[in-house]
Unconditional design. Sequence first.
Length: 297
Amino acid sequence: MLDYAALAALAAVVREGSFERAALALHVTPSAVSQRIKALEEKVGAVLVRRGQPAEPTPQGRALCRHFDAVSALEGELAADLPGLSLEGEGRATIPVAVNADSLDSWFLSAVSEFSQKTGHLIEIKVDDQDHTAEWLRRGEVLAAVTSEDKPVQGCRVKPLGALRYRATASPDFMARRFADGVTPETLALAPSLSFNRKDRLQSQWMQRHFGRDLAPPLNWVPSPQGFVIACRLGLGWGCNPDMLVTDDLAQGRLVELVAGAALDTPLFWQVSRLPSGLLKTLGEAVSEAAAGALRA
């Protein structure tokens, strides 16, 4: 049998990034955390944490953290049947979830808030591009993900959430400077565009959808959904913004569409572990409800 106090210490170090912060989270001393992990390493015969800034799990440590997350999700449900069971400290489950940044900034947090208030449990959010969040599931680092992949990851169920609509937008001044002769392949190839990071394909997909090819414009890198909107307002470049983040800007004339009505819809799916967990079911229900109110059917 594994020592679950030691597993909790390992998970806390990985989550918090240091032994000191893990000790604070567990209300013990750093020495106690270190001793628990050392005993666990001796039991399994492998190094579990690479000491550094931040501390990072080895593959064996990541596997044990994945096991602890699953067990925590199951044990957390006992509170419904055992009212005297405290959810404080180590008894409170933390559910790791991967989500794309645009969903996080536009609709996903309302689902997380509802789940946390209803259950008393916690969420650890990992942010990645929607085309890559499923990789977190494959690596076993999360129990659920908002993803663009509709094919179930092994060991997971998948449910469609709806489509996040994007609009290619720019400031009126940018449009006057860069697209005085209209938005054409020639003008798009020269006008600076915005990109979230090197995984971001939205601008390329929009150009492929509406002009038949990726025109490889010069790029400004802005790794923030809200920063994207601000950069568009300031004329740094054009970019694809979630419809719900630019509704007011479009209505007030602070932003305009490059091509009126030329939207890009990105279907999103909820992939979740098949673990028989009521907590994951409750979280999925909250996510589906929030998505239904924000995404396009």
